[in-house]
Ligand binder design. Sequence first.
Ligand code: SAM
Length: 287
Amino acid sequence: MVEWETIPLLSEKNLRAVIRNLLSDEGIKPRKKLSQSFLVDANELRFIADNVGSVAKESRCIVEIGAGVGNLTAFLASLNIAKEIIAIEVDSRFAKILKKMQEAFSNIDVIIGDAREVLPSIRGCEVVVGNLPYHIASTLLVLIAKSMAKVAVVMVQKEVAERLIAKEGSKRYGKLTVFMQHHFNIEYIKTVPSYKFYPRPKVDSAIILLQRRKEFDKFSELLEHLIRCLFSYRKKILGKAIKKCVNIPQLYALEGLQSLWRKRVYQLSVKELEELVYTIAKQETKN
Ligand code: SAM
């Protein structure tokens, strides 16, 4: 029987044992295909919760994606940062464990469901947190950008974190980078090594802070559509790639864009791509 209130007080060694026992008591074997690797380092869990606390000031509610056994949820709840924590978990095998945790903390709501469907339906919650399931991390990041979230503290695979902060012209720079950097100021907070998880994943992870820069709107839709197309021609020069993505012949004659046509798609900065989309949007309204 777990004393949930005491979870945030445990040392790393004890927490690992508690989580292992919790899983074996319920007969649950972690599923790789659902990215079930649990963060069992109390210092890292506390670090994430503290970071959420410092950016979530006066927020009414926090959404947690992928609550699992509730290890991070317990740290968040014990800090009393928000009136309400909505913990989303797809695997119903964790329902009983999470229900017991709810009895210990009055500020937790649990939703058993797919975060890809649940998140878009949540209203009035401006903070998102989670050790994101790695197999769908990119999809979830895009959904966070499309949500009401003003701020998010998320853990992702280190390689995904590097894509989020990549600079134009680099190997990791791509459509996810551009889409996310358009919507958020992004900070790479720290690397979390794989041995801090149970079961141990193959790769390290990283904690990322996203702070809202732009809301998702009509412009974002056009940007999303354009970068999806352009980055499928990532090494082509823009002058050629653009012809495959938009049909506005007068675009090439426009003064402001002349410096862009000879650049390769992956060499275009977020600002340049924003300008391109802005010009396209203006031309489309004229046509
Ligand atoms: N929160 C725990 C932690 O920090 O250790 C678990 C994180 S684990 C990396 C990812 C969790 O996301 C797992 O519990 C997994 O079952 C859950 N998950 C996977 N796919 C999901 C989905 N589509 N919607 C919601 N949760 C999902």
